[in-house]
Design a protein around this ligand. Structure first.
Ligand SMILES: Nc1ncnc2c1ncn2[C@@H]1O[C@H](COP(=O)(O)OP(=O)(O)OP(=O)(O)O)[C@@H](O)[C@H]1O
Ligand SMILES: [Mg+2]
Length: 329
C-alpha cells in the first residue's frame, strides 16, 4: 500500500517538475524573441504629442512579417483633424491591417503614415501609441480587477471610471469585480465594452475602433455609438471606425472603401450613395439598409460629428429588425 502511494507521489512530482521546466523554456524563448522595431526612433521626439490629429496616409503598404506579401497595397487618404471616418470593405480587404499600421503593430513596407505631418516611422513607439488609441478587433483584457483593466496605470479616480462605464450602459459593473485572463468570465460584448471604456479614458487625438461593438446587440450598439460621439474625449479626436453594421458608419464625414488591399472609393457617404454603381452603394444594398430606409434617412450633410446616428433600430423587431441591422456581408 505504502509503496503504491510513494509511486504515485513520485509520478506527480515528476510531472510537476516537467511542467515547471517547460515554463522556464517558454520564458527563455520569449526573451530571445526580437523586440519591436525602434530602428529610427529619434530621442528628441520622445515627448511628441500631436496637436490636432490629422492623419495622412501616403501610399501605405503593409505586411505582417518580413518576406510575406503585402496585404495593404498602397492606400492614400487624408483624414482631417476631428473628423469621423468609416472604413468598409469585405472580409479580408485589409481594414484591420490598415488600422494596425497606424500604430506600427504590423510592418509598414512602403509609403508613410503621417500624424500632424510627422512620419510615424520616425516616432518612438511609446510616443506613437500615446497619440493613437486602437481598440482591436479581438478585445484584450488582463487578469485582475475591472478597475485595472479600465485604467492599468492608475491615472483616473473611481468616480471617472464608474461614470465611463455608465456612459456605455455598464453602470452595474463593480470596479473590484474580478476579470479572468482574456476576460474569460465576461461575455464577448462586455469584453468589447470594457476595451471601449479603456479607450474613452485615454486622451488620444486619433482613435481607431475595429468592429468594437460587433458582439453587442443592435439596440445597445446604437446607444453606445451615440454615447461615443457625445463623449468629450472622442469629440475632439479623429475617429476611425471599422464597422460590423453599416448603420454605425453611414453618417461618418468620410467613408473609405477597401477592396483586396486597395482603396477603391473615398468620400462623404451621401456622395458615394448618389452613384448607384459605387462599391459603397453596393455594400449598402447588400446589407439591406438602402432599400429599407427612406431617402430622407440617408446622410445628407457631412458635418455630422456630433449628431446622433441617423440609424436607430429600437422600435423594430423580428426579420425587419435583422434586415435593418444591416450586417455587412
Ligand atoms: N496576423 C496575420 N498574419 C498574416 N496575415 C494576416 C494576418 N492578419 C490578417 N492577415 C491577412 O491580411 C489580409 C487582410 O486581413 P484583415 O484582417 O486586414 O482584413 P479585414 O478587412 O479586417 O477583414 P474582416 O472584415 O474579416 O475583419 C487577409 O488576406 C489576411 O489573410
Ligand atoms: Mg478586421
Amino acid at each position: 500500500m505504502q509503496l503504491a502511494g510513494s509511486f504515485q507521489w513520485t509520478v506527480r512530482q515528476y510531472a510537476l517538475a516537467e511542467s515547471f521546466m517547460s515554463s522556464c523554456e517558454r520564458l527563455l524563448h520569449y526573451d530571445a524573441l526580437p523586440g519591436e522595431d525602434e530602428r529610427s526612433a529619434d530621442a528628441a521626439l520622445a515627448a511628441w504629442a500631436p496637436a490636432s490629429g490629422t492623419v495622412a496616409l501616403e501610399d501605405v503598404r503593409c505586411r505582417y512579417r518580413p518576406g510575406s506579401p503585402d496585404v495593404v497595397l498602397g492606400v492614400s487618404a487624408t483624414l482631417a483633424s476631428g473628423s469621423n471616418v468609416g472604413i468598409v470593405g469585405r472580409t479580408g480587404s485589409g481594414k484591420s491591417s490598415l488600422l494596425l499600421s497606424l500604430n506600427r503593430l504590423n510592418l509598414v513596407s512602403g509609403g508613410a503614415v503621417r500624424i500632424d505631418g510627422v512620419d510615424a516611422s520616425t516616432l518612438p513607439l511609446a510616443a506613437l501609441r500615446r497619440a493613437v488609441a486602437l481598440i482591436p478587433q479581438e478585445p484584450f483584457l488582463f487578469q485582475g480587477t475591472r478597475r485595472y483593466n479600465l485604467d492599468p496605470f492608475g491615472l483616473r479616480d473611481d468616480a471617472t471610471l464608474a461614470g465611463t462605464l455608465a456612459t456605455l450602459g455598464m453602470g452595474g459593473a463593480g470596479l473590484d469585480d474580478r476579470v479572468l485572463e482574456n476576460g474569460d468570465n465576461l461575455s464577448a460584448g462586455e469584453r468589447q465594452l470594457t476595451c471601449v471604456a479603456r479607450a474613452l479614458l485615454l486622451d488620444r487625438r486619433v482613435i481607431c475602433l475595429d468592429e468594437a461593438t460587433a458582439s453587442v446587440d443592435a439596440d445597445s450598439d446604437a446607444a453606445i455609438q451615440r454615447a461615443l460621439r457625445a463623449a468629450p474625449a472622442f469629440r475632439a479626436a479623429t475617429l476611425i471606425v471599422v464597422a460590423h453594421r453599416i448603420g454605425t458608419i453611414i453618417d461618418s464625414d468620410t467613408i473609405l472603401v477597401l477592396d483586396a488591399g486597395r482603396l477603391v472609393e473615398a468620400g462623404p457617404p451621401a456622395e458615394l450613395l448618389a452613384d448607384d454603381a459605387s462599391h459603397f452603394a453596393g455594400l449598402v444594398k447588400a446589407s439591406g439598409l438602402g432599400k429599407s430606409r427612406s431617402s430622407s434617412n440617408l446622410p445628407g450633410d457631412t458635418q455630422g460629428r456630433n449628431r446622433a446616428p441617423k440609424v436607430t433600430f429600437g422600435r423594430l423587431s423580428g426579420p425587419e429588425k435583422n434586415l435593418l441591422e444591416g450586417n455587412l456581408p
